[in-house]
Design a protein around this ligand. Structure first.
Ligand SMILES: [Zn+2]
Length: 370
C-alpha cells in the first residue's frame, strides 16, 4: 500500500489551494526525501499567482493540480542508494532550482543558466520545464518532498528552519551583489530596500564590506528601521521626496553609486527603476533582481560612453547557499530578530494572500506543513 501525505495543491490558476492526500515520496538514486518543517513565501503570493497569466505569460507553471512552495527547509528522512555525504537526520535547506545536470552551464555549477532551469514548486522558464516538474512533483507546501542531493544546503545548528526558509530571497540578493562586484569600500544603491529582497541586499552588502549603502523606498518608518541596521554606513531616502539621482550624487561627490541593485516588486513604476539606474557612476554596474516588468527606453549610447554594465540575475547557486549559511552561523549576517508569521497547512490560503501584512522585509512569512 502506498503511504500518503498532506499537501496543498492549486487546482486552477489563481484559485484557492486545496489540502489533498497525495502519495508520499520515497528516495531513490541521487535523491533524498525531506520532511518539510517550514516553507518561506513572498508576502503576497496569492496576488502573484492570480495575475500569473498576464504578468508572466512566458513562464510556464506546472500542470495542475500541483504542489507549490518555493523555499523549504526541513530534515532528511531517507536517502537514495547513490547519495553520498547526506544522511537521514541532516537539517537542510532545499533550493528549488532543478536543471538537467549535464549541459556545460550545469557542469560549471551554474544551474540557473541551464536551458532547462525550472523552479520546483513555482514555475519554469520554457515549455520543457514540465519534464522537471514531473520528475520532482513535490514542493514546500507539502509534508514531504523528493529533492535532488545537488539542491541541499546543510544547515549549521544555530541556523533555524525559520531563518533558512528565508534563504531564497536572501540568496537572490547575495548572488546579485557578487555579480555586481567587489563590495569592500564601495557604494551601492539598493532600490526598493525595505522589502523582502531589499533588506537581504542591505544585510549582505554590509557584511561584504560596502561602506556606503544607499537605500531607497517609499515608507519612511521602514526606511528609518533599515538605517538602524548600521547608522554609519546606511543612508535612506524616500522616493516620495523626489528624484533619486541628485540624492545619490550628493552622497558620492557627484559621481554616482559604484553599483545599483534594483529589487522593486512586480507592480513598481519603471520610472523609479530608471531613476535608480541613472544614479550609477561612470564604469558602474546595475544588477536587476526585481519583479518590475515592461519595456524601458534607455539611451544605449550612454551604456557605451559611460561603460555601464546592466546584468540580470536569478536566484543563486547551492554553493552560494553554503556561503550564506556559514555567514549566518558566524552572525556576520543576522536575521534572528525578524518577525515570523507562521501558518499551518490548513491556513495556506490566508497565508498566501498575505493577511495582516507585516513590517516589509522585516517580517518573514512561512507555512509549517508538519
Ligand atoms: Zn543543464
Amino acid at each position: 500500500m502506498v503511504e500518503t501525505m498532506r499537501a496543498a495543491r492549486m487546482h486552477e490558476v489563481g484559485g484557492p489551494m486545496r489540502i489533498d492526500e497525495v502519495p508520499r515520496p520515497t528516495a531513490f538514486g541521487s535523491n533524498v526525501v525531506v520532511e518539510v518543517a517550514t516553507c518561506g513565501m513572498v508576502p503576497n503570493l496569492g496576488n502573484v499567482l492570480k495575475n500569473w497569466p498576464s504578468w508572466c505569460p512566458h513562464l510556464p507553471q506546472p500542470e495542475l493540480p500541483a504542489i507549490f512552495g518555493l523555499d523549504p527547509a526541513g530534515t532528511v528522512t531517507e536517502v537514495g542508494e547513490n547519495v553520498i555525504g547526506i544522511r537521514a537526520g541532516d537539517r537542510v535547506y532545499v533550493s528549488p532550482v532543478r536543471s538537467c545536470g549535464a549541459c556545460p552551464p550545469c557542469l560549471d555549477g551554474k544551474r540557473t543558466e541551464c536551458r532547462l532551469m525550472t523552479f520546483g514548486g513555482y514555475f519554469g522558464f520554457q515549455e520543457e520545464s514540465q519534464t522537471l516538474f514531473d520528475q520532482y512533483p513535490h514542493a514546500g507546501f507539502g509534508e514531504f518532498m523528493l529533492a535532488p542531493a545537488y539542491s541541499l544546503v546543510k544547515l549549521p545548528d544555530n541556523v533555524s528552519f525559520e531563518d533558512a526558509s528565508r534563504l531564497g530571497y536572501l540568496g537572490t540578493a547575495y548572488s546579485a551583489l557578487k555579480k555586481a562586484g567587489h563590495m569592500g569600500g564601495k557604494s551601492v544603491l539598493i532600490n526598493g530596500g525595505t522589502g523582502t529582497l531589499g533588506i537581504g541586499a542591505v544585510l549582505f552588502a554590509l557584511a561584504l564590506g560596502a561602506t556606503k549603502v544607499m537605500v531607497t523606498a517609499r515608507n519612511r518608518e521602514l526606511l528609518a528601521r533599515v538605517r538602524q541596521l548600521d547608522p554609519r554606513r546606511v543612508h535612506v531616502f524616500s522616493t516620495e521626496e523626489g528624484s533619486i539621482q541628485p540624492w545619490v550624487r550628493s552622497l558620492t561627490d557627484g559621481g554616482g553609486a559604484d553599483y545599483v541593485l534594483d529589487t522593486l516588486g512586480a507592480v513598481a513604476s519603471l520610472e523609479v527603476m530608471k531613476d535608480a539606474m541613472l544614479s550609477v557612476r561612470r564604469g558602474g554596474r546595475i544588477v536587476n533582481i526585481g519583479g518590475t516588468a515592461g519595456e524601458m527606453a534607455i539611451d544605449v549610447k550612454w551604456l557605451m560612453d559611460d561603460q555601464i554594465a546592466f546584468v540580470g540575475s536569478v536566484w543563486f547557486t547551492t554553493a552560494e547557499g553554503y556561503e550564506m549559511v556559514e555567514m549566518m552561523r558566524a552572525r556576520i549576517v543576522d536575521i534572528t530578530g525578524f518577525e515570523h508569521r507562521k501558518h499551518s497547512l490548513d491556513e495556506i490560503n490566508e497565508a498566501i494572500n498575505g493577511v495582516g501584512s507585516g513590517d516589509g522585509g522585516f517580517t518573514s512569512y512561512m507555512v509549517t506543513p508538519r
